[in-house]
Design a binder for this molecule. Structure first.
Ligand code: 76G
Ligand code: MG
Length: 214
């Protein structure tokens, strides 16, 4: 019968990755997506940039918007200090179900809280639900047309502080032009981009780095 792409990604992890070894989980997904079928994981090229930003920020609190199969969730969680609080939001319950199993296979289920639902519903509830004051790092990889509205919502909810870092995937492809325009023209942000390519392709892409300065 029909097996969904996300199920095939999970099977590739369970077949080719070692339980409790996050790097082998990442490698298994990248091999599957570059050799068998494209999928919208952040991928290894942008993933290495993500790793370097996580390592540099060394965040105590992290929010990921858009879990998908948990590929970037595993990359981030494997680099966090033991006391860190990491929340990842996923809207699609089928993606969330696969991501939970991928995160568990990597042995990182205790480092991440996967929350199902829409970012616009959850962002206003994070402070009281999870006892988090502000986020040191936010990785935006969900609906591209919600990057701007959700960034403004996080500001309004007091979830961002001076020094918070926002890292956004896909600002070129599929693109988040209103977000880029807003953050580039705002005095509150120091922004720059990392040149890269769309996952598993040669298409031009950037990761957009944002530092909150006020
Ligand atoms: O749409 C993308 N990613 C978001 C999926 C939306 C899932 C959501 C999560 C969530 C959580 C909380 N609230 C609301 C939401 S909505 C995406 C698409 C491409 C792409 C690139 C070229 C193509 F030809 C075709 C697709 C590449 C990427 O790296 C992506 O990230
Ligand atoms: Mg993406």
């Amino acid at each position: 019968q029909f097996v969904s792409l996300r199920q095939r990604i999970l099977s590739a992890v369970q077949k080719n990755a070692t339980r409790g070894d996050p790097r082998s989980v990442i490698r298994a997904i990248d091999q599957f997506c570059s050799q068998k079928e494209w999928a919208m994981n952040v991928g290894n090229e942008k993933g290495c940039i993500l790793d370097s930003v996580v390592s540099e920020v060394n965040p105590a609190t992290v929010l990921e918007l858009g879990t998908y199969c948990g590929y970037s969730t595993v990359r981030i969680a494997s680099l966090l200090p033991p006391y860190a609080k990491f929340i990842t939001l996923e809207f699609n319950p089928d993606f969330a179900a696969v991501a939970r199993q991928v995160i568990a296979w990597a042995g990182l289920e205790d480092k991440v809280q996967l929350v199902e639902g829409a970012s616009s519903d959850w962002i206003p509830k994070i402070k009281e639900q999870f006892g988090i004051k502000t986020f040191d790092l936010v990785f935006l990889d969900h609906w591209k047309e919600h990057y701007l509205s959700d960034t403004k919502l996080m500001e309004e909810c007091g979830l961002l502080r001076k020094g918070s870092v926002l890292l956004a995937d896909n600002v070129i492809c599929p693109g988040a032009p209103d977000y880029v325009e807003y953050v580039r023209s705002s005095p509150r942000y120091k922004s720059h981009y990392f040149r890269s390519h769309l996952e598993y392709t040669k298409a031009e892409e950037n990761l957009w780095y944002l530092g909150i300065i006020e």
